[in-house]
Design a protein around this ligand. Structure first.
Ligand SMILES: [Zn+2]
Ligand SMILES: [Zn+2]
Length: 320
């Protein structure tokens, strides 16, 4: 298994994006992605064009759509679901998410804490969190300057509150890519652990929770219990594990690069454990948790201390 660079939230001229499906694919390839999901607002009109262009360019394109409703946005990836966005309401959204997942699709809560009306109608999630807690993924970071600002902080807090309750929801980033971005503003990547970069393998990787989000550092992280090793998203036989972490700079990251690492933090339902971290140096931290354990990487970027990466959780016990 290795980690593939993916962007799971993109738009084209078939909704309000500035690139055609072909241009988006070409640009994604130039920017070093292994895969993208096309998630135009309430339409799949560009999907086949993008898939075709992707086949030519050697870029995997996952079929998707962004359910764009007055109460909030959800990306749905996989192309297997027959759910109509038109009749989604706060009363039936839970049922719609369940239906899409049963059909094999992946549902993510998109930019839940972005500014809503009148800045961007529906961009703030006004669904009751209970009714959307059945998603696979949560956009802990989104759009430009993903790890900075109030929305990022609130989204991270809300995601952790869901993990605290025993829900298994993976962390993803949503570029919400609309423009060519020749001079890229600050942005992040979602990496997905998979057997290969085929659509099916990546779908399995995302569903299994083998993801991390980052502004410029790779996070190779596993849990070791006895002789066995686990990637994030795994359910461990026990919460007593050694978490091994190795971080390196992502060389072709185009925004402000992290200059040094400071520490790794393990976030669990029992609290936070921290250890110093340097580029290229493996660290091992012993941990005990009852429900989940994530890894956060802190370092220096833009001459200040920043949260540089977050992994999805390891889990133990508990039922979803
Ligand atoms: Zn949106
Ligand atoms: Zn969007």
């Amino acid at each position: 298994m290795r980690y593939y660079r993916c962007e799971l939230h993109t738009h084209t001229t078939l909704s309000d994006g500035k690139m055609t499906p072909e241009e988006l694919v070409e640009r994604a390839k130039e920017c070093g992605y292994d895969a993208i999901a096309l998630t135009d607002h309430n339409t799949t009109a560009g999907v086949e064009r993008a898939v075709k262009a992707g086949e030519k360019a050697g870029l995997t394109v996952l079929r998707g759509i962004e359910w764009t409703t007055f109460w909030g946005h959800l990306t749905v990836i996989g192309g297997s679901s027959d759910v109509l966005w038109r009749d989604i309401t706060p009363e039936n959204v839970a049922e719609k998410i369940k239906r899409a997942r049963e059909k094999g699709d992946i549902v993510a809560l998109a930019h839940p804490r972005r500014m809503g009306y009148p800045v961007c109608s529906g961009c703030h999630c006004d669904y009751d969190i209970e009714s959307v807690a059945g998603v696979n993924n949560y956009e802990v970071w989104s759009h430009y300057y993903p790890n900075e600002g109030v929305a990022a902080r609130q989204q991270r807090e809300q995601w952790y509150s869901l993990l605290d309750r025993g829900l298994r929801i993976a962390a993803v980033y949503g570029y919400d890519w609309h423009n060519r971005d020749d001079i890229p503003p600050s942005y992040a990547y979602t990496y997905v652990g998979a057997e290969n970069a085929d659509a099916d393998a990546l779908m399995r990787g995302i569903k299994s929770g083998a993801t991390f989000i980052t502004v410029g550092v790779s996070v190779d992280c596993k849990a070791v219990v006895g002789e066995k090793e686990y990637v994030t998203g795994s359910v461990l036989p026990t919460g007593e594990a050694d978490i091994e972490i190795i971080c390196n700079p992502i060389k072709d990251y185009r925004s402000d690069k992290p200059t040094r690492l400071i520490r790794a933090e393990l976030h669990t339902d029992k609290g936070v454990v921290s250890t110093p971290l340097e580029f290229g140096k493996k660290v091992k931290i012993k941990t005990a948790f009852a429900k989940y354990c994530t890894v956060e990487v802190y370092g220096e970027r833009k001459r200040e201390e920043q949260l540089l990466a977050i992994t999805s959780a390891f889990y133990t016990g508990g039922e979803r």
